[in-house]
Write a protein that binds this ligand. Structure first.
Ligand SMILES: CCCCCCCCCC/C=C\CCCCCCCC(=O)SCCNC(=O)CCNC(=O)[C@H](O)C(C)(C)COP(=O)(O)OP(=O)(O)OC[C@H]1O[C@@H](n2cnc3c(N)ncnc32)[C@H](O)[C@@H]1OP(=O)(O)O
Ligand SMILES: Cc1cc2nc3c(=O)[nH]c(=O)nc-3n(C[C@H](O)[C@H](O)[C@H](O)COP(=O)(O)OP(=O)(O)OC[C@H]3O[C@@H](n4cnc5c(N)ncnc54)[C@H](O)[C@@H]3O)c2cc1C
Length: 607
């Protein structure tokens, strides 16, 4: 019935202050703010074009271009990826050749594979590109740099001479990403003034002299670091949306279990449903908290860079790359699991889950393919370990590697299931697992004469070690979050339950790592799983309140299954009747194609 809260009985079970939990979830950033930016992003790509200008342009160039971009007087596309290269930025083929006679760069796409391919906004709407191209001076190749290139007339939006642009076509399913005009671009000797090379990091003089950057060349990758840390926050939004839908629906849905006319069982009360759903609920909170930490770490990096302090740049790259990889994989897989948790109705468009999945899953690829990103983390870990011998003391997220010798002797002292509720017990186990996996890789790498050959040969193991490292970061940041002063009845306790679920679910899922590295015994692994089951029972009465704390409106969720009031069945039915197919009783084509078959005379008793 309209106006009735069909989930009121669930909300009344909450054992914590939901208003405070809403504030804890919202943290320092508002999901709506980012969602609306995402909506604008789907039409445009200010998320990267503008930050890239800030990161790579001189003050003078920023004064010229930022006001135009901020006021949407020009619409920019971050144009880096090509048909032949995306991950390998240093392999990009587009060229920008300096012409000293005219003080210009000539942009050209020398091969088909040099065609710019995928940049958002490029296909139909962007008027300008921040094009990444190989700087060529006197036939010498100085590598990939950024160039501002006008693509279309600001009068009639027609493409300019030498510019061939198109949309790359439909993408995965009918998802909203098809509202993004990811485009293709071929340059045919397009001339731009020398001052349209972004020259904050390196310069080309009027005489054609290349002035190399006096700061790490990787700062030219800064926009990708910026977006990766933002994508971690997005992962918490996307996963929490799916978890909200599937948790509310799991409380509404009843199946089997009726005795003597009693109501059937709520599917949220099945242990299998809880074992699939509650780790995702815990993961949404875990990703949110690690995104808050990563954002503050990133802001600290920016301040340091301003002071020419590059000391945390390598760690920032490793953390943004690794956490982007882990959190987008968890979110993408989690959204699909949430669809399955809703049974058949989860496959309806009106559930909101197919669309969310179709829009979200490219996050595992864009801004860095997730495996390529984890390999970057692995390089950082191997480099950190190689420097231990020279007395280098790791700090920050790799500080535990400074205790590698001690961790190699570690054995969990868990005796009872409840011992796994102690944060220090959990962190030690995760540190030991990560350290032993990385040390084992380093040990194996040392057997290779050529370190690069070794890295390639061991890359699958290295990815697993990088994953263990990133999971340790997320577990640690969840624990650190709860060391903060969090007011409100029962709030910290509930978050503590989610923290333990997150960690013990990971331990259970990766039990092979913990056993094969001899960090824990099979018995201790068994006790962790026992504890996990008990934790699910503690979350159960709070599940609806915990997803209410995401504070998403029905409009934002756009899901009949995830409605706040749980009034699912009437709305499912109502939504179905909005389908144009139901405008008529007899479907188009029936009379032409189906009826003649039905009218066919029977031959010898057979059709
Ligand atoms: C439905 C849910 C909606 C919810 C609403 C939310 C609202 C959303 C708001 C918007 C947010 C998100 C949406 C985003 C939209 C999509 C945009 C996508 C755009 C793109 O995809 S742009 C193109 C991205 N491309 C890439 O990421 C390319 C990946 N490749 C690379 O980064 C590099 O090629 C590389 C893999 C890192 C290798 O680079 P390179 O060969 O130069 O380096 P080496 O491996 O040899 O390492 C050399 C040295 O440099 C260090 N290093 C490498 N990269 C960096 C870096 N970025 N920063 C610092 N240092 C770096 C590396 O560690 C080595 O150091 P060492 O020498 O070992 O010390
Ligand atoms: C929706 C969407 C939006 C995008 N928007 C933009 C944009 O606005 N601007 C832009 O410039 N680009 C954009 N891109 C492109 C995106 O950044 C690239 O697709 C991404 O970086 C992955 O690169 P790739 O396609 O070359 O993948 P590849 O690297 O070709 O990956 C293919 C396979 O090879 C593996 N692989 C590659 N290298 C290695 C290695 N060294 N070791 C082990 N395995 C490896 C990968 O893991 C993967 O399994 C977008 C892409 C998508 C899907």
């Amino acid at each position: 019935m309209e106006g009735v809260d069909h989930l009121a009985h669930e909300r009344n079970k909450a054992q914590f202050d939901v208003a405070v939990m809403k504030a804890v979830w919202a943290g320092s950033r508002d999901a709506y703010e980012l969602f609306h930016r995402f909506s604008r992003l789907v039409a445009n790509d200010p998320e990267m074009f503008i930050p890239a200008i800030k990161a790579q342009a001189t003050e003078e160039q920023q004064k010229q271009w930022l006001p135009l971009a901020n006021k949407m007087k020009i619409i920019g596309s971050y144009t880096q990826t090509e048909l032949g290269h995306g991950s390998n930025v240093r392999g990009l083929e587009t060229t920008a050749t300096f012409d000293p006679k005219t003080d210009e760069f000539v942009l050209n796409s020398p091969t088909l594979t040099a065609t710019k391919w995928w940049p958002g906004g490029l296909g139909k709407i962007a008027t300008h590109a921040l094009a990444h191209a190989r700087l060529i001076i006197d036939d010498k190749d100085y590598g990939v740099h950024g160039f501002l290139v006008q693509l279309r007339s600001l009068d009639d939006h027609l493409t300019l001479p030498g510019i061939t642009i198109g949309d790359i076509g439909m993408k995965y399913g009918s998802g909203a990403y098809n509202t993004m005009d990811n485009g293709s671009l071929i340059f045919d000797h397009v001339r731009i003034p020398r001052n349209q090379m972004l020259m904050r990091l390196s310069q080309v003089t009027r005489e054609g002299k290349y002035v190399p950057s006096n700061v790490p060349r990787q700062l030219s990758y800064g926009t990708m670091v910026y977006v990766r840390q933002k994508i971690v926050f997005d992962a918490s939004i996307a996963l929490s949306r799916a978890v909200c839908i599937s948790t509310r629906y799991s409380a509404v849905r009843r199946q089997f279990g009726s005795h003597n006319g009693s109501p059937e069982t709520q599917v949220i009360d099945y242990k299998t449903q809880q074992a699939r759903l509650f780790p995702l609920l815990a993961s949404a909170y875990a990703i949110r908290f690690v995104s808050e930490w990563l954002n503050s770490f990133y802001k600290d990096l920016l301040q340091r860079l301003e002071a020419k302090d590059f000391s945390t740049l390598p760690e920032a790259h490793a953390c943004t790359a690794g956490l982007k990889s882990i959190t987008t994989s968890v979110a993408a897989d989690g959204i699909e699991e949430c669809r399955k948790l809703c049974g058949g109705h989860g496959y309806l468009t009106s559930s909101g889950l197919p669309e969310l999945s179709a829009v979200y899953i490219p996050a595992c690829t864009y801004e860095g393919d997730n495996v390529v990103m984890l390999l970057q983390v692995a390089r950082y870990l191997m480099k950190t370990i190689s420097q231990l011998k020279s007395g280098n003391k790791p700090v920050g997220t790799t500080a535990y590697l400074g205790r590698a010798e001690q961790l190699m002797q570690y054995h969990s002292d868990v005796l009872r299931a409840e011992d796994w509720l102690k944060p220090n017990v959990v962190v030690e186990a995760f540190e030991a697992r990560a350290a032993r996996m990385s040390m084992a890789c380093a040990q194996n790498l040392s057997k290779f004469n050529n370190p690069e050959d070794g890295f390639q040969e061991l890359s699958a193991d290295l990815v697993e070690a990088a994953t263990a490292h990133c999971q340790l970061i997320i577990v640690s940041k969840f624990i650190e979050k709860l060391q903060q002063d969090i007011p409100g009845k029962g709030v910290k306790e509930q978050l503590g339950v989610l923290r333990s679920i997150y960690a013990l679910f990971l331990l259970h899922k990766h039990i092979g790592d913990f056993l094969s590295t001899d960090c824990i015994t099979p018995k201790q692994g068994y006790l962790a799983n026992e504890q996990l089951r008990s934790l699910y029972s503690q979350v159960r009465p709070n599940a609806i309140a915990l997803v209410d704390a995401f504070n998403y409106t029905d409009h934002f969720l756009s899901s009949v299954l995830g409605r706040y009031d749980g009034n699912v069945y009437p709305k499912l039915y109502e939504e179905a009747w909005k389908d144009p197919l139901n405008d008529t009783s007899i479907p188009d084509g029936f009379h032409e194609y189906v009826q003649p078959m039905l009218k066919q005379p029977l031959h010898h008793g057979r059709l």
